[in-house]
Design a protein around this ligand. Sequence first.
Ligand SMILES: NC(=O)c1ccc[n+]([C@@H]2O[C@H](COP(=O)([O-])OP(=O)(O)OC[C@H]3O[C@@H](n4cnc5c(N)ncnc54)[C@H](O)[C@@H]3O)[C@@H](O)[C@H]2O)c1
Length: 365
Amino acid sequence: MPIADARVLKYAIIGSGMMGLEHIRNLVEMPEVQIVAVCDPHTPSLEKARRALNRMEGVRYFANHVEMLNHCQADVVVIATPNHTHFHIAKDVLKSGKHILIEKPLCITVAECLELEQIEAATTVEDRVVWVGLEYRYMAPTARVKQEIDKGTIGNVQMVSIREHRYPFLEKVDDWNRFNANTGGTLVEKCCHFFDLMCILANSSPVSVMASGSQDVNHLSENYGGRTPDILDNAYVIVNFENGVRGMLDLCMFAEASKNEQEICVVGDKGKIEAMISESIVRIGKRKNGYGTFQDFPIELEEDVVQGFHHGASFKEHRFMQAAIRNRQKAEVGLREGLISVAIGQAAHLSIEQSRLVLISEVLE
Ligand SMILES: NC(=O)c1ccc[n+]([C@@H]2O[C@H](COP(=O)([O-])OP(=O)(O)OC[C@H]3O[C@@H](n4cnc5c(N)ncnc54)[C@H](O)[C@@H]3O)[C@@H](O)[C@H]2O)c1
């Protein structure tokens, strides 16, 4: 792809906890990129950033994002702070006119996501890229599933199921991820990734959601200033799409005794394709005269991709975003995709709360 603008892109990072450090580790491997500022009010997080940057010259450190925005010459700002802070920080960064990569979930409610969308729609900044960190679509096995679907390998897609069976939520700075009020709820916080994947694999928009779930095992004996965490740790979520495709999420967060953290299975009228993410295998099956044959394909990561914690997906996300900036294109994963993935999660929580099918239109109002 021809690059319209090959200037060095200057980055500022807001939030240097686990995910902020992953972004820093990706960016330092890219020669056409320079990190100019990092901001975090938590001194140990800032110190980790200093170490990850090997005390590189020319990087400025701040405790407050407004001060940082006023005093650094960044082209791109990465927001990797706790979910409940995304909305107000994103509003400030949108005003600054800089390109933005905002971590998932875009915000903790649909209302906040809609407001950001409105602010951006009214902007006078030209060719600004606002990208949402839903990078699971760039994991190599997931990307292969999408390619095979697009090639017609399994015919017309009918069902998309995604299983995430994993370890409980990790500990975070100030334990922000133990309460729905900070995360938006597990089905927003964590599962926006899977709802985004469902949308692209179904190649359609969600219409309604039905879910069952609760907090049965994890964090029940933890105590934070007299409060017990209230976050759901297992759920089934069914999503109906406009084109008739049915999606299903099977989430269990006390299932670290699993070979694969994620398994994706898409069935069409001509066959079935599965991705075992931890094993990095894609299995393609074809139907013929009432029988089926299948073949496994080991999926290798490209050599120039930094593996990181997300199988190289967050590294590729940066590459794609940088290409969009340099070529003045729109974000492939923008505010709309961020909003829809939050809307499905919010609808799923409402479905659990009220034991009923919830229309996506209800939560988008
Ligand atoms: N895309 C992914 O796969 C992925 C994976 C993990 C986390 N995340 C997302 O990344 C974000 C950060 O999660 P994390 O796991 O790094 O959490 P974390 O607790 O490890 O780090 C968050 C950091 O943000 C800092 N912070 C809090 N308020 C701030 C503010 N106002 N300004 C600047 N810094 C501030 C905290 O001090 C902390 O250092 C969350 O939105 C989370 O959902 C995304």
